[in-house]
Design a protein around this ligand. Structure first.
Ligand code: PHE
Length: 484
């Protein structure tokens, strides 16, 4: 994805010299990041959509929607995408392109440039930590998808009943060695791509995989229409009943808006830093956000009709897609073929997201610690892998271990649940909050206007109004309600 010409720098980098790179306007004119640049606007859109569309859309969105009662939750989530997600995504891309370095250094540079405290680099650090924690469990779940590729190929779901599928899933996650095996494989794949500099094969693959994923989701929705309880499924997904909504579910919906758009931790910022100067940030954001939302809604429309037609429990948790979709595949013509294809595409979607989760950390290590990209990727990947073991054990050996149960919102949460809650619902929204505050209150108006380069002035004014007042206040109110 980054230009093929090998401008992607693989070697040790000297400490980044802030003096010469951030003085005054010259930085805004700095043409590209030392890590290289996307092959153009579409390279960026593809990569950022690859980051956004992942397990969040297909695995997480359906199960948290199921746990939080359906329609009203979906509406809150969609509102968060529009009011909070889109403006913050624009801000994040804008900061990245302005800074042209890893999020940590970008924040330092931009803070100095606008005459504020270098402490802003802590925002970059929080993102690096959030990405690390997210990838630790993300890789375990992506490992499930990989394991299900194998199961699909062997026709394990053919003519199965809901009970059989349930048992299959239950005995799979009960086995830590199996989970470790697939988790290791997935982490290995992630390391390989990040080490190679996110270029080459994966960009090409993403080009076909993403439309492929989209098509197969359509096929699944078609199947759900004919074989599932489609009206009940749609009703669950779209009929709004606000009595089902609690403050906690609003926090989860907002957290998911950040998670699904890859916001608040620097992934989109670092991708933005590889964006050519002439690409339109506004249009790119819109395309990414719409694609991401459509994929999530399609996944929901494929899954819930099956849930209701088979008397399954919508709120059954993280195993939801692994216990509903195989049922569909087990009964449709060419089922094992489509199942295999689906889980391969799901793995790819997860893969294009996982690389963005450690890219901020790797870019930082290359810039500041003078180690090569390959070493940085291995270092991060292996540590993340070790951290992932906590998630592996949350599904078996430690499934009854709920260390923070004495705090009411963490009651009954395993380590995996806690990691997910802490990152998606707390760290990402706060990261986003500070990104908005920095972009709107600390950065000079001229700087953001110049960098966003929106076509119309009123568009810029709307964006600025949103990130100045609406977005941070919304995040704040939602959290104040949670703790009060
Ligand atoms: N957006 C990804 C998904 O939906 C997850 C992700 C979160 C990726 C944060 C990068 C940063 O699966």
């Amino acid at each position: 994805m980054v230009e093929k010409s090998g401008r992607f720098i693989d070697n040790a980098q000297p400490l980044y010299n802030l003096e010469t790179t951030i003085t005054g306007v010259t930085m805004a004119d700095k043409q590209e990041s030392i890590h290289g640049q996307w092959t153009g606007r579409w390279g960026f859109i593809l990569a950022a959509t690859g980051s956004a569309v992942g397990l969040g859309n297909i695995w997480k969105f359906p199960y948290i929607t199921g746990e939080n009662g359906g329609g009203a939750f979906v509406i809150v989530y969609l509102m968060c995408i529009a009011v909070i997600g889109i403006p913050i995504m624009m801000a994040e891309i804008m900061l990245g392109r302005r800074g042209r370095q890893s999020p940590i250094n970008t924040m330092t540079a931009l803070a100095i440039q606008s005459g504020h405290s270098q402490k802003w680099h802590l925002l970059g650090w929080m993102g690096v930590i959030a990405g690390f924690l997210i990838l630790s469990y993300y890789s375990v779940i992506a490992g499930w998808a990989l394991a299900y590729v194998e199961r699909s190929m062997t026709g394990a779901f053919n003519d199965s009943t809901p009970e059989m599928i349930k048992t299959l899933f239950g005995s799979f996650v009960a086995n830590p060695l199996q989970l470790i095996f697939w988790h290791s494989l997935f982490m290995f794949l992630t390391i390989v791509v990040v080490a190679r500099g996110v270029q080459g094969g994966l960009e090409k693959a993403a080009r076909y995989m993403m439309p492929g994923l989209f098509m197969i989701l359509l096929l699944l929705v078609g199947y759900a229409m004919s074989a599932g309880d489609f009206s009940k499924g749609l009703n669950f997904l779209f009929a709004v009943d606000f009595s089902k909504i609690t403050t906690n579910s609003i926090v989860i919906a907002m957290g998911h808006a950040f998670f699904t758009l890859s916001l608040g931790m620097g992934a989109i910022m670092v991708y933005g830093s590889y964006l050519p100067k002439d690409a339109s940030i506004g249009k790119a954001t819109l395309i990414i956000a719409v694609a991401d939302t459509v994929v999530a809604l399609l996944a929901g429309m494929a899954i819930f009709p099956l849930v209701f037609a088979n008397q399954l429990e919508p709120g059954q948790g993280p195993g939801l897609i692994f216990q509903t979709l195989p049922l569909a595949f087990g009964h449709m013509p060419w089922g094992s073929f489509f199942a295999t294809l689906f889980f391969i595409l799901l793995t790819f979607a997860a893969w294009t997201s996982s690389i963005s989760l450690i890219e901020p950390a790797v870019a930082y290590l290359v810039e500041n610690r003078g180690i090569t990209r390959v070493r940085a990727s291995i270092l991060m990947g292996v540590s993340c892998w070790a951290m992932g073991l906590l998630t592996v054990f949350s599904f078996n050996l430690w499934s009854k271990f709920t260390p923070l149960s004495f705090i009411s919102i963490f009651e009954g949460k395993t380590i995996f649940d806690l990691l997910d809650y802490l990152t998606a619902n707390i760290m990402l929204p706060w990261g986003g909050f500070f990104i908005a505050v920095f972009a709107a209150w600390f950065m000079a108006r001229e700087a953001s206007m110049d960098e966003l380069a929106l076509e119309y002035r009123w568009l810029y004014n709307i964006w600025r109004f949103l990130v100045r007042y609406i977005t941070p206040v919304a995040v704040l109110i939602i959290f104040l309600k949670l703790v009060s």
